[in-house]
Ligand binder design. Structure first.
Ligand SMILES: Cc1cc2nc3c(=O)[nH]c(=O)nc-3n(C[C@H](O)[C@H](O)[C@H](O)COP(=O)(O)O)c2cc1C
Ligand SMILES: CCCCCCC(=O)C(=O)O
Length: 370
């Protein structure tokens, strides 16, 4: 690991990392990291949803014995902020996801490693000193997928996060305009040897989507198949409706992640924060519900938990921290967020995570007073 990684002076909040990262990354890599789908409406709404929620300040509370610890699927976490699964950390630093997991460990944050990492899942696990989950894209070759799950178990991962919201390549104009081209599937560190069938282009007048590709895309029956194959907890990532949450529970999943993939898949779907209450209501405490999308401030973490999330995941800011200062940058991003979250807890009268509830949210029908 390079010893040149240092946190630049003057970085005091997550947003400070974005411009610094842009200056260090190629235009193609920055477009890949920062962009969303289509016109990027959902990307903007993920932030706007947090900004429109107001908090209720409380004073003179007793915080003795307080803290941010929690248990998820039998594992202890120091705080409810995890690194979201994101692909291709090698675009940021040569050590790729190894640097990220070291940084996550430095901030005592859990991490979800992507199927599309630039180093193997085994290399990430060997470097991990923190709870580590694996994000699974179910591959068209189910035998290959089963082998991948076996590798994940053998490497000691604590949970499988199955991403279900991206069965097809989304349309990302910012990436296209910048000329970003990702590696072929079979060139990914975890997917070597996978036979790939690409449906990236269609002749004029032909259907791009319906030429056999979707015959092999994951379906609900694959979740039942997976459930039967592994004892690892399974979370589905990309659930945005109560209807899909209910179907997921019927398939025996252990947790859900409310997510619109950081606005990178279907543009103009609602913000994750706006979708969260509907999913939480439907799930009614049967399994933990996590969320991601637009979390940039400690107050955002507090708001997500007040709306019923057990924990949040953070995507782009970790990539920006990684690009700017390697593991130190990732740790700093997560540390800043945790510190801000603790300040927000104290100023809203919450001693532990169990104290965070709807009472911290200022009612919208009484904008001027409670
Ligand atoms: C560059 C990039 C790559 C991503 N790669 C993956 C991935 O491989 N698997 C996945 O499930 N989600 C992926 N995501 C989505 C994130 O897990 C997460 O849902 C999203 O980034 C959260 O929004 P935020 O970036 O506003 O925090 C990716 C996001 C970004 C920005
Ligand atoms: C079929 C979608 C593949 C996207 C892989 C990486 C990812 O999730 C992202 O860039 O976002």
């Amino acid at each position: 690991m390079s010893s040149d990684y240092a946190i630049p002076a003057g970085v005091v909040a997550l947003e400070d990392y974005e411009a610094l990262a842009q200056a260090r990354l190629s235009p193609q890599a920055f477009a890949y990291f920062s962009g969303g789908a289509g016109d990027e409406a959902t990307l903007g709404w993920n932030r706007a949803a947090f900004e429109k929620v107001r908090l209720v300040p409380r004073v003179l509370g007793d915080f003795a014995g307080g803290g941010t610890g929690l248990t998820l699927f039998g594992h202890s976490f120091a705080h409810p902020i995890l690194v979201a699964p994101t692909a291709h950390h090698g675009l940021a630093v040569p050590e790729a996801e190894i640097a990220t997991v070291v940084g996550a460990g430095g901030a005592k944050a859990g991490m979800v490693a992507s199927t599309e990492s630039d180093v193997t899942l085994e290399e990430i696990a060997r470097a991990a000193r923190t709870p580590l989950w694996f994000q699974l894209y179910i591959q068209h070759d189910r035998g290959f997928t089963a082998d991948l799950v076996r590798r994940v178990e053998e490497a000691g991962y604590g949970a499988l996060v199955v991403t279900v919201d991206a069965p097809v390549h989304s349309l990302r104009n910012r990436e296209q305009r910048a000329g970003y081209v990702g590696p072929k599937l079979s060139e990914h560190a975890n997917l070597r040897g996978l036979y790939t069938r690409h449906v990236a282009e269609a002749a004029l007048g032909e259907s791009l989507m319906f030429r056999g590709f979707l015959d092999v895309a994951a379906r609900w029956e694959d979740i039942a198949w997976l459930r039967a194959r592994t004892r690892l907890p399974i979370l589905l990532k990309g659930i945005m409706t109560g209807e899909d949450a209910e179907i997921a529970l019927a398939h025996g999943v252990d947790g859900l992640i409310v997510s619109n993939h950081g606005g990178r898949v279907l543009d103009t779907v609602p913000a994750s924060l706006d979708a969260l209450p509907g999913v939480v209501r439907q799930v009614a405490g049967r399994v933990p519900v996590l969320m991601d999308g637009g979390v940039r401030r400690g107050t955002d973490v507090l708001k997500a938990l007040a709306f019923g999330a057990s924990a949040v995941l953070v995507g782009r800011p970790c990539l920006y921290g990684l690009a700017v200062a390697g593991p130190a940058g990732v740790a700093h991003v997560l540390h800043l967020l945790r510190c801000e979250f603790e300040v927000a807890m104290v100023l809203t009268g919450c001693r532990t995570l169990a104290d965070i509830g709807p009472q911290v949210i200022w009612p919208t029908d009484r904008p001027g007073g409670q």
